[in-house]
Design a protein around this ligand. Structure first.
Ligand code: GRF
Length: 196
């Protein structure tokens, strides 16, 4: 069974969807640790609720990335937890080295747009402002660029004429909660089979 870690900075609704999918037997994998760069993030409480080990990582002095020491510590924590994959669920820092080299094609992210459209923050607001009639969500491998990397799965979300940023964001998150566990099941299945 694939062992994976979840990294997040916020409310953790995707983390909850993934852990629920495991407890329902739909996703066959083991979440070995949940790590957050935010000490009181709700995602850590969700890990506790599901009985998954969890930890706060002091991110250091930078705002959008981890200090080199913090990133090295993160690798150590993930190795100690025996994580083979790293699942980003609202982790608000850009991963650099040594993370990328330590987990090549083993870090996965979810983004609230149909990439390559609208990388960056609040992608659903960009879609609404552009007058798009269709937007969606993307699960992708993480590389050195922001919201970039090979696409694993996408799901469309229709934009309604009456949508506000709030209503559109809610439907995007519903799509994320369905797609992320399914996409992870696909990734883990492929890797588990190829490693046998
Ligand atoms: C999600 O919308 C995801 O697309 C983005 O960060 C958000 C995290 O939300 N990368 P949550 O913490 O899982 O609720």
């Amino acid at each position: 069974m694939v062992k994976f870690a979840i990294l997040g900075s916020g409310k953790g609704s995707n983390c909850r969807a993934i852990l629920r999918s495991i407890s329902q037997g739909k996703l066959v994998a083991k979440a070995v640790v949940v790590i957050s760069d935010v000490r009181d993030a709700a995602i850590l409480e969700i890990a506790r609720e599901f009985g998954v080990p969890h930890a706060w990582l002091d991110p250091g002095q930078f705002r959008t990335r981890l200090d080199p020491e913090a990133e090295a510590k993160l690798v150590t924590m993930l190795r100690e937890a025996d994580a083979q994959f790293v699942v980003l669920a609202g982790f608000m820092r850009v991963l650099k080295e040594p993370m990328l080299a330590s987990f090549p094609r083993r870090i996965v992210n979810i983004h609230p747009s149909l990439l390559p459209k609208y990388p960056g923050l609040k992608a659903w607001e960009q879609a609404l402002a552009a007058g798009d009639t269709v937007t969606g969500v993307t699960v992708h491998y993480v590389d050195a660029l922001i919201d970039h990397g090979d696409i694993i799965a996408q799901r469309e979300v229709l934009v309604r004429k009456c949508d506000t940023t709030k209503s559109l964001h809610e439907r995007i998150q519903e799509a994320e909660h369905e797609l992320y566990p399914e996409a992870l099941a696909q990734v883990f299945r492929q890797n588990w089979c190829s490693e046998q």
